[in-house]
Design a protein around this ligand. Structure first.
Ligand code: F6P
Length: 474
């Protein structure tokens, strides 16, 4: 397939796009723009660059927009049949690939690679092919295409088959599994995923650790050759460069947004709800299995047990926003978070003190309010590509924050030196770290927090995006 001279010179491809649609009762279509690293990053090249973002229709509203031919400039939404999308997104991307990269399989009964899995895998292939077709149509000769994440791992190779003239980058926003874990995938699937990403000119990751794991999988599963410096992988005569871009917090946006009146209002409400003068241990997450919210609650319970002096003097503010509710495992985890939070409140709560304030309705202004007020931020994922909350809290914190951070979060590579580092599985050690963070002298806390904020903003999303383009010689 040839690219037209009118085609785009820069393209982005991701499952979730920058806009989503809903159909109102009267049939009118409403649109809502989303945020995130890629959205902010893309703003670096401005609307005149004529970039095109190819994304999936995720909802009925999105599919209706595609059917009516409604689209924002620079956005092309592709609507594969809903059953294909669900199998690709829910059953493969989020139930298999996400689980593998985050080491989430925990029972002797999972995973199951039966006939049903094979049907889902066929859907994942079809979904990746639909992206490759759309990108091949939209791209000008020699254009740069930045493919995002595990949903689209096959796209680089599929696109190269269709358009060998393109410069293709792939970026993984998740961790990458180590070879011994990655090999639990069926051999052909493991090989296909790696060869899919290796179809790119450059495969990039959030940390050196994830890039090294990818290279190790290529060597182990494919017998590919990894260069001595670990900077490239050669397989079947083609070399793919590896890169690391540690996406940082968007300081300018966050600081401006965190000063607005709606955030100030929510600060007052949260302070009133927690009780004046009480110390706040804050966490904000999607309710996600890898975020380890339940162990965080157990660590807090242990803090109250081991250090009764904190009772009535501290509140755990946990904002846990529902995510991927099509999946039973996520629904069950969401219920477990509420159950354990209630258990802690029942065990320790008094007439004037609620030990855990759990909120599940997504409210970005309220999250910023909690960031500003936090004495301690608890970020304890089992495993996380980066974790932007760890980077965002110090940036907007009013009086400096002490960060309790899992060593398994990508952010640890940049923030570990000034955080209280924990093994996320070790509840006892997490409780100790919470106590240390709460007792950190104010001046030390302010100093650490400043250094955290500087490290957290070292690579703003605009730079992160441009660096990836430049690495493809754009
Ligand atoms: O890489 C992980 C990621 O795709 C993030 O970019 C994003 O924050 C998160 O997962 C959201 O997942 P979903 O699109 O499934 O809600």
């Amino acid at each position: 397939m040839e690219g037209s001279s009118q085609g785009a010179r820069i393209l982005v491809a991701s499952n979730r796009g920058p806009v989503s649609y809903t159909v109102a009762e009267d049939g009118t279509l409403g649109s809502r723009r989303g945020g995130g690293g890629v959205v902010s990053g893309l703003s670096a090249i401005g609307p005149d660059a004529g970039a095109v973002w190819v994304c999936a229709a995720l909802s009925d509203g999105d599919r209706e927009a595609v059917r009516r031919g409604v689209a924002e400039p620079g956005v092309r939404m592709i609507a594969v049949p809903p059953e294909v999308f669900h199998a690709a997104y829910n059953d493969i991307a989020n139930s298999v690939l996400w689980f593998v990269h985050h080491l989430l399989y925990q029972t002797p009964f999972e995973p199951v690679f039966d006939e049903e899995f094979r049907d889902h895998w066929a859907a994942y292939e079809a979904y990746n092919e639909a992206f490759a077709d759309a990108l091949a149509q939209e791209a000008a000769e020699g254009a740069a295409v930045l493919v995002q994440d595990y949903h689209l791992a096959l796209v680089p190779a599929l696109l190269r088959e269709r358009r060998p003239d393109l410069r293709i980058g792939h970026f993984s926003h998740t961790p990458w599994a180590p070879p011994d874990y990655f090999r639990l995938l069926p051999d052909d699937v493991a090989a296909r995923l790696l060869e899919g990403v290796l179809g790119a000119d450059r495969a990039a990751f959030l940390t050196h650790r994830w890039a090294a794991a990818f290279a190790a999988c290529c060597a182990d599963v494919l017998g590919a050759e990894v260069s001595a410096d670990g900077g490239s992988v050669t397989h079947r005569g083609r070399t793919t460069r590896l890169g690391v871009h540690g996406l940082g917090a968007d300081a300018e946006f966050l600081r401006e947004r965190a000063q607005r009146p709606d955030v100030v209002e929510r600060m007052a409400a949260l302070r009133a709800e927690a009780g004046p003068g009480r110390r706040l241990i804050v966490r904000v997450d999607r309710t996600e299995l890898s975020k380890n919210i339940v162990r965080g609650l157990y660590a807090y319970r242990r803090l109250l047990t081991e250090h009764p002096g904190w009772r009535e003097r501290v509140v755990h503010v946990a904002f846990a926003y529902p995510s991927r509710q099509d999946l039973a495992s996520y629904r069950e985890y969401t219920a477990e978070v509420s159950r354990v939070a209630a258990e802690v409140n029942d065990e320790f709560g008094t007439a004037g003190w609620t030990p855990v304030i759990l909120k599940v309705d997504d409210d970005f202004a309220r999250s910023l309010a909690a960031y500003r007020l936090a004495d301690v931020a608890l970020v304890n994922p089992i495993r996380d590509g980066m974790n932007l909350v760890a980077k965002e809290v110090p940036v907007v914190s009013d009086q400096g924050v002490a960060l309790v951070l899992s060593r398994e979060a990508g952010a640890f590579e940049e923030l570990g030196a000034d955080a209280f580092t924990v093994n996320p599985y070790d509840i006892r050690a997490t409780a100790v770290a919470l106590n240390e963070a709460l007792t950190l002298p104010e001046a030390d806390r302010a100093d650490r927090s400043k250094r955290l904020a500087a490290a957290a903003t070292a690579l703003p999303p605009t730079r992160w995006f441009l660096d990836q383009l430049h690495a493809l010689d754009v």
